[in-house]
Design a protein around this ligand. Structure first.
Ligand SMILES: Nc1ncnc2c1ncn2[C@@H]1O[C@H](COP(=O)(O)OP(=O)(O)OP(=O)(O)O)[C@@H](O)[C@H]1O
Ligand SMILES: O=c1[nH]c(=O)c2[nH+]cn([C@@H]3O[C@H](COP(=O)(O)O)[C@@H](O)[C@H]3O)c2[nH]1
Ligand SMILES: NC(=O)CC[C@H](N)C(=O)O
Ligand SMILES: [Mg+2]
Length: 535
């Protein structure tokens, strides 16, 4: 069974008859989950389903509305993914986005063709009919486009709501049947008025009310966890980060002492962190934590390893190994709970649809240890109720269930820890160098009251060496890279425009205080094209 099949996630919320829902039908867009997220931001529950979802299933779910995502295929390709045309007769409002709109047009008798001038990036939207979908969207708004096909003939009953320079049918509707289409992507942040358009669809066209709130998520998740776990015991992998701490609070509320929290000290943590975690959970939250000392065995696993993916896999496997061994001593446990979030899943696993076959194919960016590192024959069933959430949504949940701001606003820290911030081989000596440099970074930004100006701020150690001069002596030592970024959810990020004074202080301190470092550089790469971490 694949990990995703074993997961307890709030997907089962779909069987709750009174929950107002908007379903996203996925044709392989990179933005399908982003659409769901935009809907949830309007406080209406939303979930992504495959384009193969049957009309019967949709009738059963009875959503208030359906959104068809974009996708890499062209609707006139033989093997293009298609939904059952019965979808148009369900009487449920539908909004097609890009590929979704093209499919609507094609299946209802219009024409879609490859055009000479596609549009990629920003385009100005000229509005002809400012009612329904386009209420409160300003004429001349910038919308974000990404298409090489266009609708050249609309089906009967449809009219044009808006156009752009290259696209005569940029927004269309058939108000009688409540069918709408947009060629642009209202879900991406670069589309001005995109949120207004989504709200119009959710509130006016689909007549939803704002019923999906953080409080509902907490309530439903607790019910869900109780129903599925029953009287079985759960082992929670606790790192002290916001995700697993939130999960600990949630599970503690849901199942009390059926829960055992376990922190693994893999030796890649930051200075003082393991001690602080155990202390704060025990004494402040009264949630006991099993501390497992595993430094030597993790170091052995990465000995001589320079390939980043191999490093991640080894660490991921070792985590599970330790959980399995320890659970023999303390268990038995049926479930392993992890604070896996949506970005971990997207980046580690299959997210794209092969345009030829319509099947999902793997475009792995990197294996997050808690997803890609899982073995096929995992003995535990997974509990990952945060798996559909983005970081900022988790922070809202964390606040709602009473986690202190210190944890809620903590910078994310990857499970493989400092090991993936040491480019190349990890050794005890390099870990000490990086741990000291990292401490200085955190110390300075905290002292100067700037910790919360950044989404993450950390140091990376490079294996190369360069020449320097200190105390009239030649040095030949490693550089430290400073990586400071701003972001909303870790999916995209920008390098932070850090004040020179701060850079100067940090650089001086690192070179003066950390043995083995003679140079400090600043990373000015956004994500994409870079990733946040260096490995
Ligand atoms: N040292 C550790 N001991 C036990 N479990 C861990 C450890 N490191 C990571 N995990 C598990 O892996 C999951 C993913 O790690 P990740 O760093 O993404 O989340 P987090 O640590 O909870 O939050 P944050 O992203 O804020 O650091 C954690 O939620 C936790 O379940
Ligand atoms: O728990 C984790 N296990 C991992 O293996 C892992 N790799 C990256 N990260 C964190 O995820 C966010 C996105 O990072 P990247 O841009 O480097 O992919 C950033 O916040 C990273 O710190 C990880 N977290
Ligand atoms: N982003 C999309 O959905 C693209 C749809 C289609 N492949 C086109 O190029 O027009
Ligand atoms: Mg972490």
């Amino acid at each position: 069974m694949s990990p995703s099949n074993q997961t307890l996630s709030p997907t089962s919320l779909l069987d709750k008859a009174n929950l107002q829902t908007i379903i996203i039908i996925d044709f392989g867009s990179q933005y399908s989950e982003l659409i769901a997220r935009r809907i949830r931001e309007t406080q209406v529950y939303s979930e992504v389903l495959s384009y193969r979802t049957s009309p019967e299933k949709l009738r059963e779910i009875n959503p208030r509305g359906i959104i068809l995502s974009g996708g890499p295929s062209s609707v006139y390709d033989d093997l293009a993914p298609k939904c059952d045309p019965e979808i148009w007769n369900l009487g449920i409002p539908v909004l097609g986005v890009c590929y979704g709109m093209q499919l609507m047009v094609k299946q209802l008798g219009g024409t879609v063709e490859k055009v000479k001038l596609g549009e990629y990036g920003k385009a100005e939207l000229f509005i002809e009919d400012p009612t329904d979908l386009l209420t409160n969207v300003a004429n001349g708004s910038t919308m974000w486009m990404s298409h090489g096909d266009s609708c050249t003939n609309l089906p009967e009953g449809f009219s044009v709501l808006a156009y752009t320079k290259n696209t005569p049918c940029a927004a269309i509707s058939n108000p009688d049947r409540k069918l709408f289409g947009v060629q642009f992507h209202p879900e991406v942040v670069h589309s001005e008025g995109g949120n207004a358009l989504i709200r119009n669809f959710v509130y006016h066209v689909c007549e939803c009310e704002p019923t999906w709130t953080t409080e509902t998520f907490v309530e439903e998740s607790i019910k869900d966890i109780r129903a599925k776990v029953g009287d079985k015991r759960v082992l929670l992998a606790l790192s002290g980060g916001v995700d697993s701490s939130t999960l600990a609070f949630l599970l503690h509320q849901a199942i009390g002492d059926q829960l055992t929290c376990m922190f693994i000290d893999q030796g890649f943590m930051r200075k003082g962190e393991p001690e602080r975690l155990v202390e704060i959970f025990k004494n402040k939250f009264h949630i006991p934590v099993e501390y497992v000392m595993a430094r030597d065995r993790f170091l052995k696993q990465v000995d001589g390893v320079t390939d980043p993916e191999l490093k991640r896999r080894r660490i991921g496997h070792e985590f599970i190994q330790v959980f399995e061994e320890e659970s023999k001593k303390l268990g038995p446990f049926d479930y392993l709970a992890q604070g896996t979030l949506y970005p971990d899943v997207i980046e580690s696993a299959d997210t794209n649809v092969d345009p030829k076959t319509g099947e999902r194919v793997a475009v792995k960016i990197k294996s997050h240890h808690n997803v890609g590192g899982l073995p096929k024959d995992l003995r535990f069933k997974l509990v990952e109720p945060l798996r559909k959430l983005f970081k900022d949504e988790v922070r809202n949940v964390a606040r709602a269930i009473g986690l202190p701001e210190e944890i809620v606003r903590r910078h994310p820290f990857p499970g493989p820890g400092l090991a993936i911030r040491i480019v190349g081989e990890v050794t005890a000596e390099r870990l000490n160098i990086l741990r000291d440099a990292d401490f200085i970074v955190r110390d300075e930004i905290s002292q100067q009251g700037m910790y919360h100006d950044y989404w993450q701020a950390f140091a990376v150690l490079l294996p190369i060496r360069s020449v320097g001069v200190m105390g009239d002596k030649r040095t030949y030592a490693h550089p430290i890279v400073l990586r400071f970024i701003t972001s909303e959810d870790g999916m995209t990020a920008d390098w932070a425009k850090v004040p020179y004074d701060l850079l100067e202080t940090i650089s001086n301190r690192i070179v003066n205080e950390v043995k083995g470092v003679n140079r400090v550089v600043y990373d000015i790469t956004s994500k994409p094209p870079g990733t946040i971490e260096w490995e």
